[in-house]
Design a protein around this ligand. Structure first.
Ligand code: BDR
Ligand code: CA
Length: 348
C-alpha cells in the first residue's frame, strides 16, 4: 500500500473519509494530523479518539473487521494548529455541531471513551507539522501523498518551516475551494478555503512555481458525489459499533439537509479526496478522472469575499499579452459506485 498522511478536522464527512482510507488496501494511513476547522482542534482530537474507540470495538467483536482495517493500528496521530495563519478563527459548528460531530458528546455519552482507554494508534507529542516533515524526510522522496481534508494551516506551517523536506511529498490532494459554483460558507467561499485563505495561497503559489504537485477537489466536483442517507444509517439488531457511531451523528445532518431543502443524501466532500488517492491518480486521469488547469486568485481578506477563488475568465491571455499559468484542479471525478458503497466503511 502507498503511505498517506491525512490532515483533517473531524467533522462528519472527515470521519467517513478517514474510515474509507483505513478500509482501503491500496493505502496505509501512516499519519493523521489534526487542524482546527469544523470545530476547534481539541474537539477534532476527541472525535478522532471516539472513532478509534469504536473501531477497536468493531475489530474485537467482528473478526472480519480485522481484515477490513488491517493496518489501522499503525497510525501516528499528531495535533496541529488551532488558529489560521492569519486573521480570525472560523468554525463550521452550525453544520457539524458544537463538538464537530453533531453534538453526540451530549446526546450520546456512550460514545465517549472511558478514562484509561487504550487506542490502536500512537499519539505523538510533537506538533502536526513536525510529524509531517519527519515522515516526509524518512520516506523515499515522492512516495508519500498528503490528503488534506480541512483548512491548509498545518501544511502551510510545514512548508514554511522546511520547504525542501515538504517538497519531497509525492502529491498533495485537497478538498477545498469553489470555482464555478456558489460557496457553502458564504455566497462565494467554500469552508476550507474560507477558514484559512492565507494557507491555501502560500501552497498554491509554491505548487504553481513547480515545487510540488497540488491537486484539489473543489465543491464543483464534490457536491455531486452523494450517498443516500438510507444507505448510511443503520439501526436495530446486528448494528455494529462503527455503524451505531456513524448513524448517531448522521441523523442530525440528515435533519439539516431536509431543513435546507436539500436531497436526502450525504454530500461526500472529503471522501472524494480519499477516493482520488485510492485510485492512484494521476495514473487514472483520463479513466473517469480529469485534472484540469484553471487560472484564479484567492481573496484572503475581502469584506464579503474572503476565501473566494477569483477565476480569470478572460480567456487565454493572448489578447492582453499577459501569459497566464494555471493551477491544477480536479474538475471531473467519476467515482465508481462500488467506491461510494465502500465509503460507508461500516458494512460488514
Ligand atoms: C468542507 O468543509 C467542511 O465542513 C467539510 O468537512 C469539508 O472538508 C466542505 O466544504
Ligand atoms: Ca473536513
Amino acid at each position: 500500500p502507498r503511505k498517506i498522511i491525512i490532515d483533517t478536522d473531524p467533522g462528519v464527512d472527515d470521519v467517513l473519509a478517514i474510515l474509507l482510507a483505513l478500509a482501503s488496501p491500496e493505502l496505509e494511513v501512516a499519519l493523521i494530523t489534526l487542524v482546527a476547522g469544523n470545530t476547534d482542534v481539541g474537539h477534532t482530537h476527541d472525535n478522532l479518539l471516539k472513532m478509534y474507540y469504536q473501531l477497536a470495538r468493531e475489530r474485537e467483536q467482528h473478526p472480519v473487521a480485522k481484515e477490513r482495517y488491517p493496518l489501522a493500528n499503525r497510525t501516528v496521530v499528531a495535533v496541529g494548529a488551532d488558529y489560521p495563519i492569519r486573521g480570525e478563527k472560523h468554525v463550521a459548528t452550525y453544520f457539524h455541531g458544537r463538538d464537530g460531530l453533531s453534538n453526540i458528546s451530549v446526546t450520546h455519552p456512550e460514545f465517549t471513551p472511558p478514562e484509561g482507554t487504550e487506542y490502536p494508534l500512537e499519539l505523538s507529542n510533537k506538533h502536526a507539522y513536525d510529524e509531517m516533515l519527519a515522515l516526509l524526510a524518512a520516506e523515499p522522496a515522492g512516495t508519500v501523498t498528503i490528503v488534506a481534508l480541512g483548512p491548509l494551516t498545518n501544511l502551510a506551517h510545514a512548508y514554511s518551516a522546511d520547504k525542501e523536506t515538504f517538497c519531497r511529498v509525492g502529491e498533495v490532494v485537497w478538498m477545498g475551494g469553489a470555482l464555478d459554483v456558489p460557496g457553502n460558507t458564504s455566497p462565494v467561499a467554500e469552508f476550507n478555503c474560507f477558514a484559512d485563505p492565507y494557507a491555501f495561497d502560500i501552497l498554491r503559489i509554491a505548487a504553481k512555481a513547480g515545487e510540488f504537485t497540488f491537486v484539489f477537489a473543489p465543491l464543483d466536483v464534490t457536491t455531486h458525489h452523494t450517498v443516500p442517507f438510507s444507505d448510511l444509517l443503520h439501526e436495530g439488531e446486528g448494528t455494529t459499533p462503527l455503524e451505531s457511531f456513524t448513524t448517531a451523528f448522521l441523523h442530525r445532518v440528515r435533519g439539516l439537509q431536509a431543513r435546507f431543502g436539500l436531497p436526502d443524501a450525504m454530500e461526500m466532500h472529503d471522501p472524494v479526496a480519499v477516493w482520488y488517492a485510492i485510485e492512484n491518480a494521476p495514473k487514472v486521469v483520463g479513466k473517469g478522472w480529469a485534472v484540469t488547469g484553471r487560472e484564479f486568485g484567492i481573496e484572503r481578506c475581502g469584506e464579503i469575499t474572503r476565501g473566494m477563488c477569483v477565476v480569470d475568465r478572460r480567456g487565454s491571455g493572448e489578447g492582453d499579452g499577459k501569459k497566464r499559468t494555471e493551477d491544477e484542479v480536479l474538475l471531473k471525478g467519476d467515482v465508481p459506485l462500488s467506491r461510494k458503497e465502500h465509503a460507508t466503511a461500516t458494512h460488514l
